[in-house]
Design a protein around this ligand. Structure first.
Ligand code: ZN
Length: 310
């Protein structure tokens, strides 16, 4: 299943939907139609555990297009939000997790070119998350080095504490796309949270694909363009620490809970690593894609014209 959080119109509440054949099917509405209680929020579905999502998937197959009247809308007619619009805690970020990106970072940034022995972990607060199409805010008073990073995002499904790498993927609810926007000149004393955690620095979506549809997360192409020009293209097979290892490692010290998000690192081709270096500016458009999940598209705007109310 491809799961989304959507608003039917500008005033509507955010609701859980299922993306299918260009349609958004309202999850709770469909549930009512077939006599099953289905949550109307993404986190509530995740909290119900893998069985609930699997049952919903089965019910969709059985329905064969009978979604119930009023329960579907063409995707063009709705506004998609981040699949989890407000994560309960910080998004976990993994630095230096693709081999070529480690090399380019060592040349351009103050990182080591030797391979990390353990995953490099940082985080981005929930306020950094924006949904599909929302603007990435550029504040020229804050940064002259705004950069892009396309990443596979992993959504935790069940509580994980000290789990083994071999069984870690059983704790995954699904996968999504996250752009790890980074103000390279806002690192402080080697710490990354301020450079990667600012408002709008975590475009996330457009959907969560449930883990049953991605049995091997290490086989996915991913790419990113700026103004239509390809900047990054790689495959998740090139991760230094694979998704199972990331979950096992984090869970050694931090309990992972349903709805937690792990941004699994970016391949080579970031702006800092280019010669000459390239940065994002107002007017630019970023597109980021992970195979089998979807594409995010975000304008970069001058934050002095940032929309209020976010
Ligand atoms: Zn990153």
């Amino acid at each position: 299943m491809k799961l989304v959080t959507y608003m039917a119109d500008a005033e509507a509440a955010a609701r859980l939907g299922i993306l299918r054949d260009g349609l958004v099917i309202d999850a709770a509405g469909f549930g009512a139609h077939i006599g099953h209680a289905v949550p109307d929020r993404m986190l509530d579905l995740i909290d119900e555990g893998p069985y609930a999502a699997a049952q919903l998937g089965k019910a969709l197959e059985a329905a064969q297009g009978d979604w119930g009247s009023g329960n579907t809308r063409p995707i063009e007619n709705v506004r998609l939000l981040a699949p989890i619009p407000r994560p309960r805690k910080n998004v976990f970020g993994i630095g230096l997790n693709y081999l070529d990106h480690i090399t380019e970072s060592a040349k351009a940034l103050d990182t080591d070119d030797s391979l990390p022995k353990e995953p490099v972990v940082f985080s981005k607060p929930p306020t950094a998350v924006i949904g599909p199409g929302d603007p990435v805010c550029h504040d020229a008073d804050m940064t002259q080095q705004l950069d892009w990073e396309v990443e596979l995002a992993v959504i935790v499904g069940t509580r994980a504490w000290r789990v083994a790498r071999e069984t870690a993927l059983s704790h995954v609810f699904g996968y999504s796309v996250l752009i790890d926007i980074s103000a390279r000149d806002n690192r402080r004393a080697g710490q990354w949270i301020f450079s990667k955690g600012q408002d709008s620095y975590a475009p996330f979506g457009p959907c969560i694909v449930t883990a049953d549809e991605i049995p091997d997360p290490q086989k996915l192409d991913l790419w990113l363009t700026v103004n239509g020009v390809e900047k990054q293209r790689s495959n998740t097979s090139h991760m230094l620490f694979k998704v199972g290892k990331l979950i096992a490692d984090l869970s050694k010290g931090i309990t992972l809970e349903p709805g937690d998000i792990i941004a699994s690192g970016t391949p080579e081709g970031v702006g800092a690593g280019r010669d000459p270096q390239e940065w994002l500016w107002p007017g630019d458009v970023i597109e980021a894609h992970v195979q089998g999940i979807g594409t995010l598209r975000h304008p970069v705007i001058d934050s002095t014209v940032r929309p209020r109310g976010r």
